[in-house]
Design a protein around this ligand. Structure first.
Ligand code: SF4
Ligand code: SF4
Length: 317
């Protein structure tokens, strides 16, 4: 693989075979690579098990841990027609898992309810999306609850107004909290099965509030997820150490951006590695295409010399 700069984007051109230096490093990495090859080859599916669709990449927040304001790619909301095309192909392949978020706030997409209904009517019944929760009220909430997803994950990274608003810049603590409490009441009233998960990413700014957060939300929602911060594939993390295992994303999911372009993965927030475009190609073509094949080989060989994003990504270690 060779990468060339094309304007703001890094595109991959196929050329030489992926180098097999991962196999040669030493006996241990050879053994690991052999096992990884077998396991990962067995994991391969003819169609992505999870299709991630970025309904929009607009956002109404400027969270301190997120590179959203640095985005150089076009801001867009996916058209309902393009979404229908994607859902049709997923349904044809009997795909049940779809994520309706990627990089941005999905509730800024006024057609989110319509998209949920389209996917559900096509038999895609495990649909989830992440939201910052600030807009989960009124007509937007109504539209979602009329075509309820299987899971809504809401990011709340503070137990107090001071901490929350320091991290989720531009959002209001009371608004988000009341929206979630109201959502839980509506869920009960309508007897919905939608699982409501509140997520927390531990940061230096909120570390001291994690127990208070847990205590407040534990009995009020279906689940709490406490997670670690990742680095959005932006900083060198390995400090020269070899990556010890492959990341499973090239086997597990396909990330379709709001414009229809397909990005390397959900961490490729600025669409630097474009694998195809569902406006012109099928999902299947892109999934089985040479670019993803080369990327999977590079992951098996733990050779990321031609994949700068993976080289810098904290998900790989
Ligand atoms: S973390 Fe989510 S809500 Fe916050 S700025 Fe990034 S995309 Fe927006
Ligand atoms: S290592 Fe990081 S950048 Fe590479 S595919 Fe995995 S999540 Fe994406």
């Amino acid at each position: 693989m060779t990468y060339v700069q094309d304007g703001e984007k890094t595109k991959i051109l196929l050329s030489a075979q992926v180098r097999s230096s991962g196999y040669r490093r030493n006996l241990k990495s050879f053994a690991i690579s052999k096992i990884a090859t077998r396991v990962l080859s067995a994991l391969y599916n003819e169609f992505p098990p999870v299709v991630r669709v970025e309904s929009t990449n607009y956002c109404n927040s400027r969270c301190i841990m997120c590179p959203h304001p640095k985005q150089t790619r076009k801001l867009a909301t996916m058209s309902v027609d393009l979404f229908r095309k994607i859902a049709r192909e997923c349904s044809h392949h009997r795909i049940r898992k779809m994520h309706l978020h990627n990089f941005g706030e999905p509730l800024l997409d006024n057609s989110l309810g319509e998209k949920l209904a389209i996917a559900r009517d096509m038999g895609i019944n495990q649909i989830k999306f992440f939201t910052n929760g600030s807009l989960l009220y009124g007509r937007k909430l109504e539209a979602i609850l009329n075509a309820p997803p299987s899971e809504i994950k809401i990011s709340v990274d503070g137990a107090t107004k001071e901490t929350y608003e320091k991290i989720r810049v531009g959002l209001k603590f009371e608004q988000t909290r009341n929206n979630i409490l109201n959502l839980m009441e509506e869920k009960k009233r309508r007897k919905l099965k939608t699982r409501v998960v509140i997520t927390w990413v531990t940061l230096p700014e909120n570390r001291h509030e994690v127990e208070a957060f847990r205590k407040f939300w534990e009995a009020k929602v279906d689940k709490i997820d406490i997670g670690r911060e990742h680095n959005w594939a932006m900083e060198p993390v390995s400090q020269g150490l070899p990556a010890i295992h492959a990341c499973l994303r090239p086997w597990e999911s396909l990330t379709i951006l709001a414009t229809g372009e397909v990005a390397l993965c959900c961490l490729d927030w600025d669409g630097k590695v474009i694998l195809g475009d569902v406006n012109k190609q099928s999902i299947s073509e892109i999934w089985k295409g040479s670019l993803l094949k080369e990327i999977r080989k590079a992951h098996i060989a733990t050779d990321f010399s031609n994949l700068p994003l993976c080289q810098r990504c904290s998900k790989i270690l």
